[in-house]
Design a protein around this ligand. Structure first.
Ligand code: GDP
Ligand code: MN
Length: 349
């Protein structure tokens, strides 16, 4: 018996692994990637891993967005890798430029100052357009209007474990609207007045603030100040109708008018996180322990040795960021009264 298994004559299939094509209803869902043509080989690696670990069973579509036209090579290579349908969209200028009310001189001074202070992406105009686009526009692109659910994938990310169930269906069945795998503290230099704008929004739109929200994740003093915790947005599975809703859009409009995407360097991660934390009920935000993920420089490797074995994970549990001091994930467990996964104190098993 043992010899047969070792030489591979009996198949080594995960008990929970659906057939290469999973049966059952499909969700109205898509992967979505914002990328440049030069990102082709980095996004190819991400796609290959998403396909191998998940999408080869489910064949969800993939939408690619770019502020410039995608070239033939980008389209050919990505279409060959994705097992669902691929769609390519060019972002309209209005969604990737300075709004009229922005004072160009002031914005330029900020970039020069941030460059001197060596703040990451502090001197970049395109990075700011990217953050504003991901905060307020990706879910409104014509191609995205066809879908209810999205999963964001960036270039050069890794997935380390099999995902044997439909993560979109999980979100729908469990009434989740937003999800994450990594959380951490934002660089305060990039968002000094984001919380001031948020407080203004809360005052102007108390009707949008949810009962039973996650304020305890965002603030240690009941909302007076922001503790800079946010969920990393380079991975997201979420509900597009929520982003397209009046509460989210009113929040984005408030932020956009205040100009912090250009007068500071507000990231889409704290924007999405604060929105999810205040506009959703805390039960509507999900932490995917079983989706093992890497985006430079952090890893989420699932806590629990049996889980890692069952899911055929290839991450080193010592790399797991969840319970380290700079992660906010403990705080998420605490405010949700959730017991931490078994084995969290001793990741090195
Ligand atoms: P980081 O993860 O914050 O270091 O930023 P990235 O460089 O990974 O950018 C975030 C996402 O936006 C990635 O999916 C990039 O491919 C994409 N992106 C960044 N800048 C641009 C740009 O100027 N044009 C386009 N089309 N995509 C961009
Ligand atoms: Mn990235």
């Amino acid at each position: 018996e043992e010899v047969a298994a070792a030489t591979g004559s009996s198949p080594n299939v995960s008990p929970g692994l659906p057939p290469a094509t999973a049966g059952g209803p499909r969700m109205n869902a898509t992967f979505v990637t914002l990328a440049r043509n030069t990102d082709i080989w980095d996004i190819a690696r991400s796609i290959r891993q998403v396909e191998d670990r998940f999408n080869r069973k489910f064949h969800y579509d993939w939408v690619f967005l770019n502020d410039k036209p995608f070239d033939e090579q980008f389209k050919k290579v990505t279409t060959a890798l994705v097992s669902g349908k691929t769609h390519y969209g060019e972002i309209p200028k209005e969604h990737w430029s300075f709004p009229d009310h922005i004072d160009q001189e002031r914005a330029k001074k900020v970039r020069e100052d941030m460059a001197q202070r060596k703040i990451i992406y502090g001197d970049s105009v395109s990075y700011r357009h990217m953050c504003r686009f991901e905060s307020g526009f990706f879910f409104r692109q014509p191609l995205m209007l066809n879908y209810e659910w999205y999963w964001r994938v960036e270039p050069s990310v890794e997935l380390f474990c099999d995902i044997d169930y439909d993560a979109f269906k999980f979100m729908a069945d469990n009434k989740k609207k937003y999800s994450f795998v990594l959380s951490l503290y934002e660089y305060v230099e990039t968002i000094p007045t984001l919380w001031d704008s948020t407080k203004k929004f809360m005052k102007e739109h108390p009707e949008h603030i949810s009962e039973g929200n996650s304020m305890g994740f965002l603030s240690d003093d009941g909302g007076a100040t922001y503790n800079h915790c946010h969920m990393w947005s380079n991975f997201e599975i979420g509900n597009l109708d929520w982003l397209r809703s009046k509460p989210y859009m009113d929040y984005f409009e408030t932020l956009d008018k205040d100009g912090g995407f250009f007068y500071e360097r507000w990231g889409d991660a704290p924007v999405h996180s604060i929105a999810a934390g205040l506009l959703l009920k805390k039960e509507e935000i999900h932490f995917f322990n079983d989706i093992a993920y890497y985006h430079v420089p952090f890893t989420h490797c699932p806590t629990g040795q049996q889980k890692r074995l069952d899911l055929k994970c290839h991450c080193n549990p010592k790399d797991n960021f969840d319970w380290k001091g700079y992660s906010c994930t403990s705080r998420y467990f605490e405010i949700n009264n959730m017991p931490k996964p078994e084995g969290y104190e001793m990741e090195q098993d």
